[in-house]
Design a protein around this ligand. Structure first.
Ligand code: HEM
Length: 408
């Protein structure tokens, strides 16, 4: 394939609000045209088909990071500006940006908190929190569902699991939002400055809290991790902080958008919404379908760690892959009538939680939160209606609604 064959010719334009609002026709063209296409604007090799995205996520020749084995220069990449060091240090101290053996060691320590059994133990508490949020909007007339329920619930759940004091929780979402700006493609200088400032404040906050918990342990995840720190060298303090930041960010950004994108999809498909209202037992399956139909995290990246051939195309070491989850989830080779929302869909191997060693650690928790949130809103607000077509946030990678105005 010639390098000039570009994804732009098919309409790939993540900086364009029109594309962000509905990228799915462009994805169909990308899948049709070639399994891998270069995008010269973002300098990514885009992979659009389900089989390939799934395979590449599991292939160790491609990494979330290359720092375990190579320098920027070895990979032919520029040095990072030194003023961004606090941000990158924080991100690389969390398991999502580690590779084995560090990844294996730290993931094992954290994963105990996310076993299906541990998560199921949170059901009652999550239900209570959801009921309280719905109490706040029931009969209130017009509200923004994002601000009222979609955003506060997952933040509250992960904050409580970690043991962040109630009075500090209002700090979390702004910090997380500033840090997540850097996950977008080619972030401008201003985003980097904001992300660095948030990284410094967030790290200092967690450093102080974890030291306090080491002195006076409580029944929460920060205390459990701080204890591992004291007992041996299996977790460094920076890894503890990086992983807590990751849990706080990953623990709610996507869940917020499944709720918003999901309700917007239901409003656009009234037959499916009434099906769900008549048969709430469909909710767990509906959650999977809503995650497939309008994927909250549209693209994840991988570094090419060694010269490789991908779908017959030579891709050099140091190149960056853009794995298009949103496209893989609409691949007609895997999903029957992929552009239809079918809440009763049985065969649904969507990739929204990823695959391979970085498969979402919080998937059981996300599923439980979403199941409780959708069922409670369906039950308690049976006449909830859409007021106006929502606006999308500009972000493409973390893709979600600015607001979703409804009457309750
Ligand atoms: C619907 C909501 C969610 C979605 C769609 C989602 C999606 C993902 C995806 C796609 C990855 C892998 C990224 C990659 O391979 O590059 C991931 C990793 C991760 N997620 Fe989630 N996530 C969600 C909710 C959560 C929650 C609630 C938590 C925790 C409280 C969480 C914690 C994590 C962690 C810690 C990782 C890193 C795992 C590793 O690197 O081993 N996520 N998530």
């Amino acid at each position: 394939m010639r390098r000039e064959a570009s994804a732009r010719e098919s309409g790939f334009a993540p900086e364009d609000p029109g594309f962000v609002a509905d990228p799915y026709l462009v994805y169909a063209e990308l899948r049709e045209r070639a399994p891998i296409l270069y995008d010269e604007v973002t300098d990514h090799w885009l992979v659009s088909r389900h089989r390939d995205v799934n395979g590449l996520l599991r292939d160790r020749r491609f990494g979330r990071t290359y720092h375990h084995m190579a320098s920027h220069a070895d990979m032919g990449r520029p040095e990072e500006p030194s003023e961004q060091a606090p941000f990158w240090h924080l991100i690389r101290s969390g398991i999502l940006d580690m590779e084995p053996p560090d990844h294996t060691r730290v993931r094992k320590l954290v994963s105990n908190a996310f076993t299906p059994r541990m998560v199921e133990g949170l059901r009652g508490r999550i239900q209570t929190m959801t009921e309280a949020l719905v109490d706040g909007v029931a009969g209130a007339g017009e509200v923004d569902l994002m601000k009222a329920i979609a955003e506060p619930l997952p933040v509250a759940v992960i904050a409580e699991m970690l043991g962040i004091p109630q009075s500090d929780r209002r700090l979390l979402r702004p910090w997380s939002a500033e840090i997540c700006l850097m996950y977008e493609l080619n972030p401008p200088e201003e985003y980097a400055r904001r992300a660095v400032a948030a990284s410094l404040e967030f790290s200092e906050y967690l450093r102080a809290l974890s030291r306090e918990r080491r002195e006076r342990p409580a029944d929460d995840l920060i205390s459990a991790l701080a204890e591992v720190l004291v007992e041996g060298d299996s977790l460094t303090e920076d890894e503890l902080i990086g992983t807590c930041v990751l849990l706080l960010n990953a623990g709610h950004e996507a869940t917020v958008n499944v709720t918003g994108n999901g309700w917007w999809a239901l409003f656009r498909n009234p037959d499916q919404l009434s099906l769900l209202r008549t048969d709430p037992s469909l909710v767990p399956r509906a959650v999977e379908e809503l995650m497939r139909y309008d994927t909250p995290l549209q693209m994840f990246e991988r570094w090419v760690l060694t010269d490789s051939e991908i779908c017959g195309v030579p891709v050099p070491k140091g190149a960056e892959l853009g794995l298009l989850f949103g496209s893989a989830n609409r691949d007609p080779d895997v999903f029957d009538r992929p552009d239809e929302l079918n809440l009763a869909r049985e065969h649904n191997p969507h990739l929204s939680f990823g695959a391979g060693i970085h498969f979402c650690l919080g998937a059981p928790l996300a599923r439980l939160e979403l199941e409780i949130s959708f069922s409670t809103v369906l039950r308690r607000l049976p006449r909830m209606e859409l007021v106006a077509e929502p606006r999308w946030k500009p972000g493409y990678i973390i893709r979600g609604l600015e607001e979703l105005r409804v009457t309750c």
